[in-house]
Ligand binder design. Structure first.
Ligand code: GLP
Length: 272
């Protein structure tokens, strides 16, 4: 019997079931996609239990075996866990990126035992506008290379890189294999080191473009870092805007008291 007729379903659920029936793909894939979407968008956060098997059977109008196939796939990729026989719980799978040192995406992902890759969307030469010229400390209209790449860890999209490179290194970057190579590591081999960087971090909702690139819903929460990276001599080398899936990545910063020489005196006072 069609579950839609057995109880009062919300219009969204009815739409979901109808769409599932018409989609043409195996039903367990569609349930899996919907649960993944809810996890990625943050509708289901770390520690939240998934709906019970019975709820999912009713909501999607499918048999228990179909629901179990979808849940088994989520357990297998580590998205959910918890004891068998209970609704699985969403795991906090966020990868933490420390800002203590400048580290390339490739080095960071490899350090966690995963394989970094990239999908090159666009690499173009364009004249620097005022903002770009100021960020890279070059004359307006100087031609610069601009990169748009999606970065993956073990095949899963984590972030979008939009970067503009100083004219001194743009042609070197343009000649690289931008799927598997690390820009920072390749440049270092050629004697160019990203010695320091200034980051501005904020949050934003995925635009339609961002969502399409990352394969998530529009307005999915993203963490953005805008960065100017400098050479050992302090020359700007790169001006970048990186957008990470907030459901998958968090940033950590370790800091210390501003004036270490004051610590002994502060310890003796009541200053919080
Ligand atoms: C940093 C940045 C990236 C930058 C990258 C270079 O981690 N957050 O956006 O482009 O490193 O990465 P890779 O050396 O892997 O190409």
């Amino acid at each position: 019997m069609d579950a839609a007729k057995t109880r009062q379903d919300s219009p969204r659920e009815v739409r979901q079931m109808t769409a599932a029936r018409q989609d043409g793909r195996p039903l367990h894939h569609q349930i899996l996609d919907e649960l993944r979407r809810q996890i990625h968008s943050g509708d289901l956060g770390p520690g939240d239990a998934l709906p019970s098997e019975s709820d999912l059977m009713e909501r999607f109008g499918v048999a228990r075996g179909t629901v179990r196939q979808a849940l088994a796939a989520l357990r297998a990729d580590g998205s959910v866990g918890g004891p068998r026989g209970r609704p699985p719980v969403v795991r906090d799978r966020r990868l933490t990126q420390p800002f203590t040192h400048t580290v390339s995406f490739s080095a960071w992902i490899k350090a966690m035992g995963m394989e970094p890759t990239g999908r090159l969307i666009e690499l173009v030469q364009r004249p620097a506008d005022e903002e770009c010229a100021a960020a890279l400390d070059i004359a307006p209209e100087t031609r610069v290379y601009q990169l748009l790449r999606v970065r993956y860890a073990d095949g899963e999209a984590l972030m979008i890189e939009r970067a503009v490179f100083a004219p001194s290194i743009g042609p070197i970057v343009a000649a690289m294999d931008l799927i598997y190579s690390s820009i920072y590591a390749e440049l270092q081999r050629q004697g160019v080191v990203f010695a320091s960087a200034h980051h501005e971090i904020d949050a934003l909702a995925a635009s339609a473009d961002d969502a399409g690139l990352l394969g998530v819903q529009v307005r999915t929460p993203l963490l953005r870092t805008r960065r100017r990276a400098f050479s050992t001599r302090g020359e700007p080398l790169e001006w970048a805007d990186d957008r990470y899936l907030a459901s998958r990545v968090s940033f950590t910063v370790q800091n210390t008291v501003a004036y270490p020489q004051l610590v002994p005196r502060l310890e003796g006072s009541n200053v919080p």
